[in-house]
Ligand binder design. Structure first.
Ligand SMILES: C[S@@+](CC[C@H](N)C(=O)[O-])C[C@H]1O[C@@H](n2cnc3c(N)ncnc32)[C@H](O)[C@@H]1O
Length: 227
């Protein structure tokens, strides 16, 4: 059964508290990772850059701040998240677009770069989405992906597991008034590819110069590649 209709409904429901929850849950680290994503995507010049699963728009907004000549498109299938994004960044020139990552409404070879934060964990077929993203990238274009990754079984594992299992859902209840949505975050992270496996998936989708870096005790991974 597809999880995507449920994911769409869930993000529509939490859109209003999403940003506050992010800041608290990541202890204020989340913007640092988004800035790393934009830096890894390189300078699109006056070309197009797509921030897919843009949510409330943070990565797209950083892209316009760092590269003001770029034409930035923020795409997402949750209309409520896009509404929040528009409200937050009404002063910025960003083209907001309702779209599904499985079937993008853009031609082949359109974008200099495509970024996405916390998308792949939420789709039914991550390989298919990576191939679809590759289709809309120009040859030589860059993809950069930020997501949670299952923590490695090292010294920190019991603490990290406790935080994921109990801390995050409780924060979800207190801040976003939606414990289930944040229990889903924990479950989908534990079930997701680890950083090494995800890097292989990028190669399987046809990207070259694939690499990654882990953050926050190995619970966050940023992956990149080139068409
Ligand atoms: C956790 S939020 C991340 C938002 C933003 N990228 C950030 O850094 O905070 C995940 C976003 O992915 C979107 N999303 C999930 N699956 C999608 C799909 N198949 N197509 C388009 N957007 C999708 C959700 O609607 C949600 O806004």
């Amino acid at each position: 059964m597809s999880k995507e209709p449920g994911v769409q409904k869930m993000f529509d429901a939490i859109a209003g508290r999403y940003d506050l929850m992010n800041r608290v849950m990541t202890m204020g680290q989340d913007q640092k990772w988004r800035r790393f994503v934009v830096n890894m995507a390189g300078d699109p010049g006056d070309g197009l850059s797509l921030d897919l699963a843009t949510g409330t728009g943070d990565i797209g907004a950083l892209m316009t701040d760092i590269h003001p000549q770029a034409i930035v498109v923020g795409g997402d299938f949750s209309l409520n998240m896009l509404k929040e994004a528009k409200k937050r960044f009404s002063d910025k020139q960003i083209y907001w677009q309702a779209c599904d990552a499985n079937l993008l409404p853009f031609g082949d070879d359109t974008f200099e770069s495509v970024t996405f934060g916390y998308l792949l964990r939420n789709v039914d077929d991550a390989l298919k989405v990576l191939e679809e993203v590759r289709r809309v990238l120009k040859p030589g274009g860059k993809v950069v992906c930020l997501d949670t990754t299952p923590p490695a079984k090292n010294f920190f594992y019991p603490f990290v597991r406790f935080y994921f299992r109990f801390g995050i859902p409780v924060l979800g209840r207190l801040i976003a008034n939606d414990e289930a949505a944040y229990a889903y975050l924990t479950g989908s992270t534990m079930d997701f590819y680890n950083a090494e496996q995800l890097a292989r998936l990028f190669s399987d989708a046809g990207y070259v110069n694939v690499g990654y870096k882990k953050f926050m005790l190995g619970t966050i991974g940023i992956h990149w590649g080139e068409k």
